[in-house]
Design a protein around this ligand. Sequence first.
Ligand code: ADE
Length: 415
Amino acid sequence: MPSIVKDMSLADEGKRQVEWALSFMPVFQVLYKEYSDSDELSGVRVAACLHVTKETAVFIRLLHSMGAEVSLTASNPLSTQDSVAAYLASIGINVFAWRGETDVEYNEMLNNALDIQPHVVIDDGGDLHALIHSKRSDVLPSVIGGTEETTTGVIRLKAMERKGVLKYPVIAVNDTPTKRLFDNKYGTGQSALDGLMRATSVLIAGKYVVVAGYGHVGKGVALRARGLGAKVIVTEVDPVRAIEAHLDGFEVMRMEKAVEIGDIFITCTGMKDVISKEHLKKIKDGAILANAGHFNVEIDVAGLRELAVDVKRVREYVEEFRFEDGRRVYLVGEGRLVNLVAGEGHPPDIMMNSFANQFFSLLYLVKNKGKLDSRVYDVPKEVDELVARYTLKGWNIEIDELSPEQKKYRESWML
Ligand code: ADE
């Protein structure tokens, strides 16, 4: 099926964006040198559901240059960079994505991407895996295995595994240290605040920023908000993480109290109704609400609409909700991923680690075709270490090595 993108005349601009990203992804510069002339993926069909960004394009173009037939669909209706989609379509990748898809169109495009009958399924959020396991079981016979990019997707896949319904092996790219520790924390830490600032243009310094959730994402967002001079409040449901946030120097309190204090809210939990209608009834006038979690369920947007007597768009990515008593609440990017809706997502330097893990995991699945069980696998430890070493080399950072005596010391138990 031919690609469906917004405007093919944007392809040249897309190419410039992709080359710019590649210039900050030294690991991919090496991978392009080592692999792009190989035909290691010749005959391999790959369906990918990823945010269609310049960084994703660096990864997908490499697979294409190695002979893979690739179809690409967006993993969020509002995250596609249209110039990048056009460029990828112009070089022969089957792209089904544009910014501003409706939910119905989004699902149609997921279906289109599956029509190539993929061998490997790359997903970010689990929508493609879920579709294959529900309405599109017709593609199952061709699937060797899949990968998953994000926490929410891995949670969904592990639930499928527990219920015994998972039908092919999936590698949890999200969970490997060189992805999770850098992308989730430093990637979102920077990109969520970048998206929020681009969307609103407000000062962060001196404001109360409420960060919901203190996992890797929340930690990154809290750290960077503090760096910009915010007074950061953390809300949590996990007692251990709450202590961690407290010892990291943040105020920890319940959301019902935080809504009366916060100026800016960023949800980072993966859970629904983190800012509920009840919370919204008490929220401070002028509060800005944004979400950094995968799905648009963390802020009760339906509840917000019910409480509002007037709703208007006040900036490209900001809607104002006015309540009966005159209070106003500002919602950024419809409560969808603020970093990708209002910004460009994580920086290329960060995505290089995530996509290098995706790349080696894909090769591992292809090499081990038929040998793996239908369960969720960790990224092989050697792959994680390889990615770390490539990254250090790319950044010109040298580290020490253990001497033979030190290795012996580490193994000994009689000291
Ligand atoms: N997720 C977060 N940032 C991203 C980016 N720049 N590209 C692809 N996926 C992302």
